[in-house]
Design a protein around this ligand. Structure first.
Ligand code: C5J
Length: 225
Protein backbone atom coordinates (compact mmCIF):
# COMPACT_ATOMS: atom_id res chain seq x y z
CA UNK A 1 0.00 0.00 0.00
CA UNK A 2 1.30 3.54 -0.78
CA UNK A 3 2.30 5.95 1.95
CA UNK A 4 -0.18 8.61 3.05
CA UNK A 5 -0.10 11.86 1.07
CA UNK A 6 -0.19 15.01 3.21
CA UNK A 7 -2.89 17.53 2.25
CA UNK A 8 -2.69 21.10 3.60
CA UNK A 9 -5.84 21.39 5.73
CA UNK A 10 -7.45 22.98 8.77
CA UNK A 11 -6.64 22.57 11.57
CA UNK A 12 -3.59 20.49 10.50
CA UNK A 13 -2.36 18.56 7.45
CA UNK A 14 -4.56 15.58 6.54
CA UNK A 15 -2.70 12.28 5.87
CA UNK A 16 -4.70 10.90 2.91
CA UNK A 17 -4.34 7.12 2.71
CA UNK A 18 -4.46 6.30 -1.04
CA UNK A 19 -5.94 2.84 -0.46
CA UNK A 20 -8.12 3.69 2.51
CA UNK A 21 -10.57 6.43 1.60
CA UNK A 22 -13.82 6.99 -0.26
CA UNK A 23 -15.16 10.12 -1.92
CA UNK A 24 -18.65 10.80 -0.54
CA UNK A 25 -20.99 13.10 -2.49
CA UNK A 26 -23.97 14.15 -0.40
CA UNK A 27 -27.39 14.90 -1.94
CA UNK A 28 -26.40 16.70 -5.17
CA UNK A 29 -30.05 16.30 -6.22
CA UNK A 30 -32.20 18.37 -8.55
CA UNK A 31 -34.58 19.08 -5.67
CA UNK A 32 -31.83 21.05 -3.94
CA UNK A 33 -29.82 22.47 -6.85
CA UNK A 34 -32.01 23.07 -9.89
CA UNK A 35 -33.85 26.31 -10.55
CA UNK A 36 -37.57 25.46 -10.16
CA UNK A 37 -36.82 22.73 -7.63
CA UNK A 38 -37.74 22.29 -3.98
CA UNK A 39 -34.89 24.42 -2.62
CA UNK A 40 -35.69 27.37 -4.83
CA UNK A 41 -39.42 27.05 -4.13
CA UNK A 42 -38.61 27.64 -0.46
CA UNK A 43 -37.09 31.00 -1.42
CA UNK A 44 -33.47 29.87 -1.48
CA UNK A 45 -30.82 31.09 -3.94
CA UNK A 46 -29.69 27.89 -5.66
CA UNK A 47 -26.66 29.75 -7.02
CA UNK A 48 -25.14 29.35 -3.56
CA UNK A 49 -25.18 25.59 -4.11
CA UNK A 50 -24.52 25.51 -7.85
CA UNK A 51 -21.05 27.04 -7.41
CA UNK A 52 -19.98 23.64 -6.01
CA UNK A 53 -20.76 21.76 -9.24
CA UNK A 54 -17.69 22.67 -11.30
CA UNK A 55 -15.05 21.98 -8.59
CA UNK A 56 -16.89 18.84 -7.53
CA UNK A 57 -16.96 17.60 -11.12
CA UNK A 58 -13.15 18.00 -11.28
CA UNK A 59 -12.81 16.11 -7.97
CA UNK A 60 -15.13 13.34 -9.20
CA UNK A 61 -13.31 12.99 -12.52
CA UNK A 62 -9.88 12.75 -10.86
CA UNK A 63 -11.10 10.27 -8.24
CA UNK A 64 -12.79 8.13 -10.89
CA UNK A 65 -9.67 8.21 -13.06
CA UNK A 66 -7.75 6.51 -10.25
CA UNK A 67 -10.49 3.90 -9.75
CA UNK A 68 -11.04 4.97 -6.13
CA UNK A 69 -14.37 4.36 -4.37
CA UNK A 70 -17.13 6.93 -4.85
CA UNK A 71 -20.41 6.95 -2.91
CA UNK A 72 -23.36 9.20 -3.80
CA UNK A 73 -26.24 9.83 -1.41
CA UNK A 74 -29.80 11.03 -2.02
CA UNK A 75 -32.18 12.31 0.62
CA UNK A 76 -35.75 11.18 0.03
CA UNK A 77 -38.72 9.07 0.99
CA UNK A 78 -40.86 6.20 -0.19
CA UNK A 79 -43.94 7.23 -2.22
CA UNK A 80 -46.24 6.26 0.69
CA UNK A 81 -44.11 8.36 3.09
CA UNK A 82 -43.95 5.45 5.54
CA UNK A 83 -40.28 6.26 6.18
CA UNK A 84 -40.89 9.94 6.88
CA UNK A 85 -41.60 10.73 10.53
CA UNK A 86 -44.30 13.33 11.32
CA UNK A 87 -41.60 15.50 12.90
CA UNK A 88 -40.05 15.90 9.45
CA UNK A 89 -43.22 15.82 7.34
CA UNK A 90 -45.07 18.52 9.24
CA UNK A 91 -42.40 21.16 8.84
CA UNK A 92 -41.86 23.62 6.01
CA UNK A 93 -44.23 25.79 4.04
CA UNK A 94 -47.75 24.21 4.07
CA UNK A 95 -47.90 23.93 0.25
CA UNK A 96 -44.29 22.79 -0.15
CA UNK A 97 -43.97 19.74 2.02
CA UNK A 98 -42.27 16.44 1.35
CA UNK A 99 -44.52 14.43 -0.98
CA UNK A 100 -46.33 17.49 -2.36
CA UNK A 101 -46.37 17.94 -6.15
CA UNK A 102 -43.76 20.35 -7.52
CA UNK A 103 -42.33 21.31 -10.90
CA UNK A 104 -39.91 18.34 -10.75
CA UNK A 105 -42.41 15.81 -9.41
CA UNK A 106 -43.34 15.00 -5.83
CA UNK A 107 -40.89 16.71 -3.50
CA UNK A 108 -38.09 14.47 -2.17
CA UNK A 109 -39.82 11.26 -3.24
CA UNK A 110 -37.73 8.38 -4.55
CA UNK A 111 -38.15 7.81 -8.25
CA UNK A 112 -39.24 11.37 -9.01
CA UNK A 113 -37.20 13.52 -11.40
CA UNK A 114 -36.32 16.06 -8.72
CA UNK A 115 -35.07 13.38 -6.33
CA UNK A 116 -32.31 12.25 -8.68
CA UNK A 117 -28.75 13.50 -8.90
CA UNK A 118 -27.99 16.39 -11.28
CA UNK A 119 -26.75 15.38 -14.75
CA UNK A 120 -23.30 16.92 -14.20
CA UNK A 121 -22.54 14.50 -11.35
CA UNK A 122 -24.62 11.49 -12.35
CA UNK A 123 -23.26 8.23 -10.90
CA UNK A 124 -21.63 5.76 -13.28
CA UNK A 125 -21.63 1.96 -13.12
CA UNK A 126 -19.80 0.68 -10.07
CA UNK A 127 -20.47 3.74 -7.91
CA UNK A 128 -22.72 3.21 -4.88
CA UNK A 129 -25.88 5.27 -4.46
CA UNK A 130 -27.22 5.38 -0.91
CA UNK A 131 -30.85 6.45 -0.47
CA UNK A 132 -31.32 7.94 2.96
CA UNK A 133 -34.48 9.00 4.78
CA UNK A 134 -32.63 11.28 7.17
CA UNK A 135 -30.05 14.00 7.10
CA UNK A 136 -27.15 11.71 7.98
CA UNK A 137 -25.94 9.02 5.56
CA UNK A 138 -25.74 6.33 8.27
CA UNK A 139 -29.30 6.53 9.63
CA UNK A 140 -31.62 3.90 8.10
CA UNK A 141 -29.20 2.92 5.33
CA UNK A 142 -26.52 0.39 4.42
CA UNK A 143 -23.86 3.11 4.25
CA UNK A 144 -21.92 1.86 7.29
CA UNK A 145 -21.79 -1.73 6.00
CA UNK A 146 -20.76 -0.49 2.57
CA UNK A 147 -17.80 1.43 4.05
CA UNK A 148 -16.72 -1.58 6.09
CA UNK A 149 -16.87 -3.78 2.97
CA UNK A 150 -14.82 -1.21 1.04
CA UNK A 151 -12.18 -1.27 3.79
CA UNK A 152 -11.97 2.50 4.12
CA UNK A 153 -11.25 4.51 7.26
CA UNK A 154 -11.20 8.00 5.76
CA UNK A 155 -13.98 9.93 4.00
CA UNK A 156 -13.49 12.87 1.66
CA UNK A 157 -16.85 14.61 2.00
CA UNK A 158 -18.56 16.92 -0.50
CA UNK A 159 -22.13 17.96 -1.37
CA UNK A 160 -25.03 19.88 0.11
CA UNK A 161 -25.98 21.40 2.37
CA UNK A 162 -22.97 22.18 4.51
CA UNK A 163 -24.76 22.78 7.79
CA UNK A 164 -27.42 20.07 7.38
CA UNK A 165 -26.68 16.79 5.59
CA UNK A 166 -22.93 17.29 5.26
CA UNK A 167 -22.57 18.16 8.93
CA UNK A 168 -24.86 15.38 10.12
CA UNK A 169 -23.00 12.79 8.05
CA UNK A 170 -19.56 13.99 9.15
CA UNK A 171 -20.62 13.96 12.78
CA UNK A 172 -22.07 10.45 12.44
CA UNK A 173 -18.90 9.28 10.67
CA UNK A 174 -16.61 10.83 13.25
CA UNK A 175 -18.47 9.05 16.05
CA UNK A 176 -17.98 5.78 14.17
CA UNK A 177 -14.21 6.26 13.89
CA UNK A 178 -13.85 7.69 10.38
CA UNK A 179 -11.47 10.57 9.68
CA UNK A 180 -13.37 13.06 7.53
CA UNK A 181 -11.85 15.65 5.21
CA UNK A 182 -14.46 18.15 3.98
CA UNK A 183 -13.65 19.95 0.71
CA UNK A 184 -14.52 23.61 1.33
CA UNK A 185 -15.42 24.63 -2.25
CA UNK A 186 -17.29 21.38 -2.91
CA UNK A 187 -19.84 21.84 -0.12
CA UNK A 188 -22.53 24.49 -0.23
CA UNK A 189 -25.17 26.21 1.86
CA UNK A 190 -28.01 28.50 0.79
CA UNK A 191 -26.77 30.82 3.56
CA UNK A 192 -23.23 32.26 3.24
CA UNK A 193 -23.01 32.76 7.00
CA UNK A 194 -23.86 29.07 7.61
CA UNK A 195 -21.27 28.02 5.02
CA UNK A 196 -18.53 29.92 6.85
CA UNK A 197 -19.65 28.84 10.32
CA UNK A 198 -20.28 25.24 9.22
CA UNK A 199 -16.75 24.86 7.91
CA UNK A 200 -15.22 26.61 10.92
CA UNK A 201 -17.10 24.32 13.33
CA UNK A 202 -15.67 21.16 11.76
CA UNK A 203 -12.04 22.18 12.18
CA UNK A 204 -12.36 24.15 15.44
CA UNK A 205 -10.98 22.85 18.72
CA UNK A 206 -8.18 20.94 17.04
CA UNK A 207 -10.53 19.32 14.50
CA UNK A 208 -13.44 18.47 16.81
CA UNK A 209 -15.00 16.28 14.14
CA UNK A 210 -12.85 16.63 11.04
CA UNK A 211 -10.58 18.56 8.73
CA UNK A 212 -11.28 21.02 5.90
CA UNK A 213 -9.21 21.64 2.75
CA UNK A 214 -9.62 23.04 -0.76
CA UNK A 215 -10.36 20.86 -3.76
CA UNK A 216 -7.17 22.19 -5.38
CA UNK A 217 -5.11 20.68 -2.58
CA UNK A 218 -7.03 17.39 -2.79
CA UNK A 219 -6.40 17.26 -6.56
CA UNK A 220 -2.70 17.92 -6.01
CA UNK A 221 -2.60 15.02 -3.55
CA UNK A 222 -4.30 12.73 -6.06
CA UNK A 223 -1.71 13.61 -8.67
CA UNK A 224 0.96 12.36 -6.25
CA UNK A 225 -0.68 8.93 -5.82
C1 C5J B 1 -31.58 19.59 3.70
C2 C5J B 1 -29.64 18.41 2.87
N1 C5J B 1 -30.93 20.75 3.80
N2 C5J B 1 -29.28 17.56 1.92
N3 C5J B 1 -30.98 18.50 3.15
O1 C5J B 1 -32.72 19.50 4.08
O2 C5J B 1 -28.83 19.09 3.44
Amino acid sequence: MSDPVSIPANPAPFPLDPGGFALVIIDMQRDFLEPGGFGESLGNDVGQLRRTIQPLRAVLDATRALGLPVVHTREGHLPDLSDCPPSKLNRGLPSRRIGDPGPNGRILIRGEYGHDIIDELAPVAGEAVVDKPGKGAFYGTGFGDLLVAAGVSQLVVTGVTTEVCVHTTVREANDRGYDCLVLEDCVGSYFPEFQAAGLAMIAAQGGIFGWTATSADYLKALSAI
